[in-house]
Ligand binder design. Structure first.
Ligand code: NAD
Length: 483
């Protein structure tokens, strides 16, 4: 047997220490080939004045061991503390969040007994970049950033996951009917990558109908891949419809490091009472074992856990009229240990192949497209003259340079000049598009500076500019509604 694999373990806060201890007991009893390197994270560390909730030594342990089994922590409110989850995700490049959502009916109540889906969520980009600005009295902007490599990485990951775990279908969810550029890019890359996996079925759904399907017919989905914000929302819906919020584990996986944890939080209301359900972190530990190629032990633990649930041995959170015995946290773990080697009868047993751990994701080499500057959107804070778009438009028309002419004005994305609809409600935030008189012709940064200088000399408050580019002749910006 090869040497023990060292993993980093954090006991966390609230119920964390109770559920982590019994989980490690099960891992040891099942013969997991592991050594534990314990670090301190969370409340105690925050209180020492470390705003990330994790000390330098702990980072060292994570970077060395590359596998992290983490109990939930309590994030103190206020005081400039940073979310430990966000810091770890970003610092360790954990680009994918994997959340299996399976129903355990009839032992755990659900309206969707056949559900067995996995949500794979991009973890690093999208609206979570946290780039927000208040630009006028009335309007705040949050930037959604979607990159080619970020999208390709998570989409490839989803297909590789499907392959490694014997899943049949990958569904992509976006809102590309509205965000034609950002979500359009994600969808386009999905279609391209999907062609490389002909053995796996694929389809695309608009996120709103996709969410409705998760709530109504989750059994029709297998692997779902999506961007950060949509994934955040649908993974909770999916866990909720299976009834498994308290039971589910999740993984955050990067090229080098992977972190495994329960879906739930630190439950301070029941801390220290020995009544918490350790299943979430135990299931996360099972995911970890498959990830590090200890599939046999993973299978043994999960099947013993399924048998325990099936035998009606339940902690108080899932105890119901059909349960056989209500048990403490520590007792539950002992019951799982007693069943190691057994498989469930009614619930479907799991089977994990050795070597199922996933191959490293290699990204395509992109050809750098020819990028041409073809115009500029200048954003204004303008709150004069009854906010009449015609007055703004007519005065901006007068300050055209030779290279850049006003083409249109939108307010909250809707075209209001020229020929706007008189009833459109206008805020104090205006997007004014300037392009070459021969539209599509290249312009320069100097032209934009000349334009801005003229705008400035006329006393307008411009709050931001956004250059308009084409890439290999293809428009790289959206049209205004009605343009
Ligand atoms: P929570 O998940 O901790 O608790 C919600 C409810 O579910 C509570 O009634 C709790 O008693 C119950 N519950 C949760 N886990 C349970 C378990 N294993 N067994 C039985 N009952 C369980 O959510 P919350 O109350 O919103 O958050 C509490 C703290 O946890 C907050 O400080 C929050 O920031 C933190 N949190 C941490 C993580 C994490 O570390 N990954 C995730 C979510 C929340």
């Amino acid at each position: 047997m090869p040497g023990k694999q060292k993993i980093t373990v954090a006991y966390g806060d609230g119920i964390g220490p109770e559920i982590m201890q019994v989980t490690l007991d099960v891992l040891i009893a099942a013969g997991a080939n592991l050594e534990f390197d314990v670090i301190e994270i969370g409340e105690k560390v925050y209180r020492k004045g470390i705003p990330t909730g994790i000390s330098d030594d702990a980072w060292e342990s994570l970077r060395n061991n590359k596998v992290f089994l983490k109990a939930p922590i309590t994030t103190p409110q206020g005081g400039g503390f940073k979310s430990l989850n966000v810091s770890t995700r970003v610092a360790l490049g954990l680009f994918s969040n994997v959340r299996p959502c399976r129903s355990f009916f009839p032992y755990v109540p659900t309206n969707h007994p056949l559900t067995d889906l996995v949500v794979i969520r991009e973890n690093e980009e999208d609206i979570y970049s946290g780039i927000e600005h208040q630009q006028t009295n009335e309007v705040v902007q949050a930037l959604k950033l979607i990159s080619k490599p970020g999208s390709e990485r998570i989409i490839r990951f989803a297909f590789e996951y499907a392959k490694a775990y014997g899943r049949k279908k990958v569904t992509c969810m976006t809102k590309d009917n509205i965000m034609k550029q950002a979500d359009g890019l994600f969808h386009k890359i999905f279609d391209k990558v999907a062609r490389e996996y002909p053995e796996i079925e694929n389809n695309h759904m608009i996120i709103d109908i996709g969410s409705a399907i998760i709530a109504d017919r989750p059994h029709s989905l297998d692997v779902v891949v999506t961007q950060n914000l949509y994934g955040d929302i649908i993974s909770d819906i999916a866990a909720q419809v299976t009834g498994s919020v308290g039971l589910g584990g999740s993984a955050n996986i990067g090229d080098e490091v992977a972190m495994f944890e329960a879906i739930h939080g630190s439950a301070p209301d029941i801390a220290g009472l020995d009544i918490a359900n350790p299943s979430g972190i135990l299931n996360a530990a099972v995911m970890m074992l498959v990830h590090i190629d200890q599939a046999e032990v993973a299978e043994k633990i999960e099947n013993a856990w399924l048998k325990t649930i099936e035998d009606g041995i339940h902690t108080s959170d899932i105890y119901n009229k059909d349960s056989v015995r209500k048990v403490w946290t520590s007792e539950f773990a002992k019951e799982v240990i007693l069943r190691l080697g057994q498989t469930p009868n009614r619930l479907r047993p799991v089977s994990y192949k050795s070597g199922a751990s996933m191959k490293k994701i290699e990204l395509d080499k992109y050809v750098v497209a020819k990028k041409e500057l073809v115009g500029v959107d200048v954003f204004f804070d303008w709150n004069e003259k009854g906010r009449d778009p015609k007055i703004l438009g007519d005065s901006l028309k007068k300050i055209n340079t030779d290279a850049l002419n006003l083409k249109m004005i939108t307010n909250r994305g809707v075209k209001v000049y020229p020929d706007g609809y008189p009833g459109t409600f206008c805020t104090d935030h205006w997007r004014c598009r300037f392009v070459s008189p021969d539209e599509g012709n290249e312009v320069s940064h100097t032209h934009i500076l000349e334009l801005l200088s003229q705008i400035n000399s006329k006393g307008f408050d411009f709050i931001k500019t956004e250059n308009l580019y084409s890439f290999d002749g293809e428009r790289g910006y959206s049209l205004g509604q009605g343009e």
